[in-house]
Design a binder for this molecule. Structure first.
Ligand SMILES: [Fe+2]
Ligand SMILES: [Fe+2]
Length: 161
Protein backbone atom coordinates (compact mmCIF):
# COMPACT_ATOMS: atom_id res chain seq x y z
CA UNK A 1 0.00 0.00 0.00
CA UNK A 2 1.44 3.40 -0.82
CA UNK A 3 0.72 6.72 0.84
CA UNK A 4 -1.83 7.85 -1.74
CA UNK A 5 -4.12 4.92 -0.97
CA UNK A 6 -6.56 5.13 1.90
CA UNK A 7 -7.84 1.99 3.57
CA UNK A 8 -11.40 1.09 2.62
CA UNK A 9 -13.73 1.20 5.60
CA UNK A 10 -17.26 -0.01 6.01
CA UNK A 11 -19.85 2.74 6.34
CA UNK A 12 -23.49 2.30 7.28
CA UNK A 13 -24.20 4.48 4.23
CA UNK A 14 -23.73 1.23 2.34
CA UNK A 15 -26.58 -0.57 4.13
CA UNK A 16 -29.34 -1.61 1.73
CA UNK A 17 -31.90 -3.03 4.18
CA UNK A 18 -31.42 -6.57 2.92
CA UNK A 19 -29.66 -8.76 5.47
CA UNK A 20 -28.02 -11.16 3.06
CA UNK A 21 -26.78 -8.41 0.74
CA UNK A 22 -25.53 -6.33 3.66
CA UNK A 23 -23.67 -9.31 5.18
CA UNK A 24 -22.05 -10.09 1.81
CA UNK A 25 -21.06 -6.45 1.35
CA UNK A 26 -19.53 -6.25 4.83
CA UNK A 27 -17.47 -9.36 4.07
CA UNK A 28 -16.40 -7.87 0.75
CA UNK A 29 -15.16 -4.71 2.47
CA UNK A 30 -13.31 -6.74 5.12
CA UNK A 31 -11.56 -8.85 2.48
CA UNK A 32 -10.75 -5.77 0.41
CA UNK A 33 -9.27 -4.10 3.47
CA UNK A 34 -7.27 -7.25 4.22
CA UNK A 35 -5.98 -7.24 0.64
CA UNK A 36 -4.99 -3.58 0.99
CA UNK A 37 -2.99 -4.42 4.13
CA UNK A 38 -1.18 -7.39 2.60
CA UNK A 39 2.58 -7.69 2.48
CA UNK A 40 4.50 -8.99 -0.52
CA UNK A 41 4.49 -12.49 0.98
CA UNK A 42 0.69 -12.76 1.32
CA UNK A 43 -0.47 -10.35 -1.38
CA UNK A 44 -1.59 -12.96 -3.88
CA UNK A 45 -3.21 -15.19 -1.23
CA UNK A 46 -5.31 -12.33 0.17
CA UNK A 47 -6.28 -11.15 -3.30
CA UNK A 48 -7.39 -14.67 -4.21
CA UNK A 49 -9.62 -14.77 -1.10
CA UNK A 50 -11.17 -11.49 -2.20
CA UNK A 51 -11.58 -12.80 -5.74
CA UNK A 52 -13.26 -16.04 -4.61
CA UNK A 53 -15.66 -14.06 -2.43
CA UNK A 54 -16.39 -11.63 -5.27
CA UNK A 55 -17.16 -14.49 -7.66
CA UNK A 56 -19.74 -15.81 -5.16
CA UNK A 57 -21.04 -12.32 -4.33
CA UNK A 58 -21.72 -11.45 -7.97
CA UNK A 59 -23.08 -14.92 -8.79
CA UNK A 60 -25.56 -14.51 -5.93
CA UNK A 61 -26.90 -11.23 -7.29
CA UNK A 62 -26.88 -12.48 -10.90
CA UNK A 63 -28.87 -15.56 -9.77
CA UNK A 64 -31.49 -13.37 -8.06
CA UNK A 65 -31.83 -11.24 -11.18
CA UNK A 66 -32.44 -14.23 -13.42
CA UNK A 67 -34.85 -15.74 -10.86
CA UNK A 68 -36.95 -12.57 -11.02
CA UNK A 69 -37.17 -12.21 -14.77
CA UNK A 70 -34.12 -10.23 -15.86
CA UNK A 71 -32.02 -11.14 -18.84
CA UNK A 72 -28.79 -12.81 -17.83
CA UNK A 73 -27.02 -10.05 -19.75
CA UNK A 74 -28.23 -6.79 -18.23
CA UNK A 75 -26.32 -3.65 -17.24
CA UNK A 76 -25.84 -4.77 -13.63
CA UNK A 77 -24.58 -8.26 -14.52
CA UNK A 78 -22.36 -6.72 -17.20
CA UNK A 79 -20.72 -4.55 -14.51
CA UNK A 80 -20.03 -7.69 -12.48
CA UNK A 81 -18.57 -9.50 -15.50
CA UNK A 82 -16.27 -6.58 -16.34
CA UNK A 83 -14.90 -6.41 -12.79
CA UNK A 84 -14.37 -10.18 -12.58
CA UNK A 85 -12.61 -10.29 -15.95
CA UNK A 86 -10.17 -7.65 -14.74
CA UNK A 87 -9.63 -9.35 -11.37
CA UNK A 88 -8.94 -12.68 -13.08
CA UNK A 89 -6.40 -10.97 -15.33
CA UNK A 90 -4.70 -9.43 -12.28
CA UNK A 91 -4.60 -12.87 -10.63
CA UNK A 92 -3.15 -14.42 -13.80
CA UNK A 93 -0.32 -11.88 -13.89
CA UNK A 94 0.35 -12.37 -10.18
CA UNK A 95 0.53 -16.15 -10.65
CA UNK A 96 3.09 -15.46 -13.38
CA UNK A 97 5.17 -13.51 -10.85
CA UNK A 98 3.99 -9.89 -11.19
CA UNK A 99 1.86 -8.86 -8.19
CA UNK A 100 2.16 -5.15 -8.93
CA UNK A 101 -1.34 -4.92 -10.37
CA UNK A 102 -3.00 -6.12 -7.15
CA UNK A 103 -2.75 -2.80 -5.25
CA UNK A 104 -4.00 -0.96 -8.34
CA UNK A 105 -6.98 -3.31 -8.59
CA UNK A 106 -7.68 -2.96 -4.87
CA UNK A 107 -7.74 0.82 -5.20
CA UNK A 108 -10.05 0.60 -8.23
CA UNK A 109 -12.42 -1.68 -6.31
CA UNK A 110 -12.46 0.67 -3.32
CA UNK A 111 -13.50 3.51 -5.62
CA UNK A 112 -15.97 1.45 -7.67
CA UNK A 113 -17.82 -0.45 -4.95
CA UNK A 114 -19.67 2.34 -3.04
CA UNK A 115 -21.13 3.73 -6.26
CA UNK A 116 -22.13 0.27 -7.46
CA UNK A 117 -23.74 -0.60 -4.11
CA UNK A 118 -25.67 2.68 -3.94
CA UNK A 119 -26.98 2.45 -7.50
CA UNK A 120 -27.09 -1.05 -9.01
CA UNK A 121 -27.31 -3.07 -5.78
CA UNK A 122 -29.73 -0.61 -4.17
CA UNK A 123 -31.91 -0.83 -7.28
CA UNK A 124 -31.78 -4.61 -7.19
CA UNK A 125 -32.68 -4.96 -3.51
CA UNK A 126 -35.61 -2.56 -3.94
CA UNK A 127 -36.80 -4.44 -7.02
CA UNK A 128 -36.57 -7.78 -5.17
CA UNK A 129 -38.73 -6.35 -2.38
CA UNK A 130 -41.22 -5.02 -4.93
CA UNK A 131 -41.65 -8.44 -6.55
CA UNK A 132 -41.69 -10.31 -3.20
CA UNK A 133 -38.41 -12.19 -3.64
CA UNK A 134 -36.80 -13.31 -0.39
CA UNK A 135 -32.99 -13.31 -0.58
CA UNK A 136 -32.72 -15.78 2.32
CA UNK A 137 -34.89 -18.53 0.81
CA UNK A 138 -34.36 -17.31 -2.79
CA UNK A 139 -38.08 -17.81 -3.37
CA UNK A 140 -40.88 -15.54 -4.59
CA UNK A 141 -43.67 -15.00 -2.08
CA UNK A 142 -46.30 -15.24 -4.83
CA UNK A 143 -44.71 -16.76 -7.93
CA UNK A 144 -48.04 -17.02 -9.74
CA UNK A 145 -48.79 -13.30 -9.46
CA UNK A 146 -45.38 -11.68 -9.11
CA UNK A 147 -45.05 -8.74 -11.53
CA UNK A 148 -41.76 -9.93 -12.94
CA UNK A 149 -39.72 -7.53 -14.98
CA UNK A 150 -41.28 -7.51 -18.46
CA UNK A 151 -38.38 -5.77 -20.15
CA UNK A 152 -35.64 -8.10 -19.06
CA UNK A 153 -33.24 -5.24 -18.16
CA UNK A 154 -31.60 -4.68 -14.80
CA UNK A 155 -34.97 -3.97 -13.18
CA UNK A 156 -34.49 -0.34 -12.31
CA UNK A 157 -34.23 2.19 -15.06
CA UNK A 158 -32.66 4.61 -12.60
CA UNK A 159 -29.82 2.19 -11.92
CA UNK A 160 -28.98 2.01 -15.62
CA UNK A 161 -28.45 5.69 -16.32
FE1 LIG B 1 -23.23 -6.44 -4.34
FE1 LIG C 1 -23.97 -5.87 -7.84
Amino acid sequence: MNASMSLPVWSDDLLLDDDRTDATHREFMQLLRSSFMATESNRLERFQKLLAHTVAHFAQEDRWMVATGMDDENCHSNDHAMILETMHEVEKRALAGDTSFIPVMNQALAEWFPEHAKTKDAGLTQYLKDVGFCTTTELLAHPETAPLNPHGGCGTQKACV
